[in-house]
Design a protein around this ligand. Structure first.
Ligand SMILES: [Zn+2]
Length: 184
């Protein structure tokens, strides 16, 4: 029997929730940045993610819960993927009917999240901030290379791209840094 995803905290609901529609890549990226910003304001890490289906319907959201959950794997992307798979009752997000799934992230995925994406079945990742912008405040993205994303495209049909949000994707990172948040 599948567990239900945990209920969303009240600060998430005004930003976005499962069942909402995001009309454009830009709107989805902006929401991921808002999630990252509000997460940083609410004791979370400054990263957000939104997973949508083929109809631009939000299936799940995620934010960095590493410290709160005492879990080094609780990155935004992994939280979103896990909750989407619970909600759709499949470990494989390449299975019809609602494919393809897209993951929108406030910042480029780290090496661990690259691995989670690789095995998830989703086939498109759109990022706002660059790895360099996260590393500029001390976060470590691990050894992700462009060759890895090329292999993901070739082997699994996963397209990785940078989008153009209207919000500044560095704001959550800067807020976290200004608040002297723990770096991990
Ligand atoms: Zn990660």
């Amino acid at each position: 029997m599948q567990e239900h995803p945990p209920p969303l905290p009240s600060w998430v609901l005004p930003i976005i929730k499962p069942g909402d529609h995001v009309e454009t890549d830009q709107a989805a990226l902006d929401a991921s940045i808002q999630l990252a910003y509000e997460s940083a304001k609410n004791q979370g890490g400054p990263f957000g993610a939104i997973l949508t289906d083929a109809e631009n319907r939000v299936i799940s959201v995620g934010w960095n819960r590493v410290i709160e959950a005492s879990d080094s794997t609780a990155h935004a992307e992994i939280e979103a993927i896990r909750n989407a798979q619970i909600r759709t009752e499949t470990h494989n997000l390449s299975k019809p009917p609602n494919v393809p799934f897209t993951l929108y992230v406030s910042c480029e995925p780290c090496v661990m999240c690259f691995g989670a994406i690789y095995w998830s079945g989703l086939t498109r990742v759109v990022a706002a901030a660059t790895a360099q912008q996260a590393e500029a405040i001390g976060f470590d993205e691990g050894p992700v290379t462009s060759g890895m994303w090329e292999a993901a495209k070739e082997n699994k049909g996963i397209r990785f791209e940078h989008g153009t949000p209207t919000l500044d994707p560095q704001k959550p990172l800067q807020l976290y840094h200004a608040n002297q948040g723990e770096i991990y």
